[in-house]
Design a protein. Structure first.
Length: 75
């Protein structure tokens, strides 16, 4: 289970609400949650916005440090 996506779901309220915030279905969020798909880069900011910044971009896609650098990394 993807703990970062689980946190985002808990903040937003449901898989369906997180999906709606990203313009996607609940099924897409389910796939992220259970590791069946990665969050595509174009949806990362939607998740950050939906959680009021509590979930950060670098947490969602740590495998893309050039696109989403951690606070202690330079872009």
């Amino acid at each position: 289970m993807n703990k970062v996506i689980k946190t985002a779901i808990d903040i937003v309220g449901s898989q369906k609400k997180l999906g709606e915030a990203c313009g996607l279905s609940q099924q897409a969020v389910y796939k992220w949650l259970h590791g069946k798909a990665k969050v595509s880069p174009e949806h990362v900011e939607s998740i950050v916005d939906a959680t009021g910044g509590k979930v950060r971009a670098y947490q969602i896609r740590p495998d893309l440090p050039k696109l989403f650098p951690a606070p202690n990394q330079s872009a």
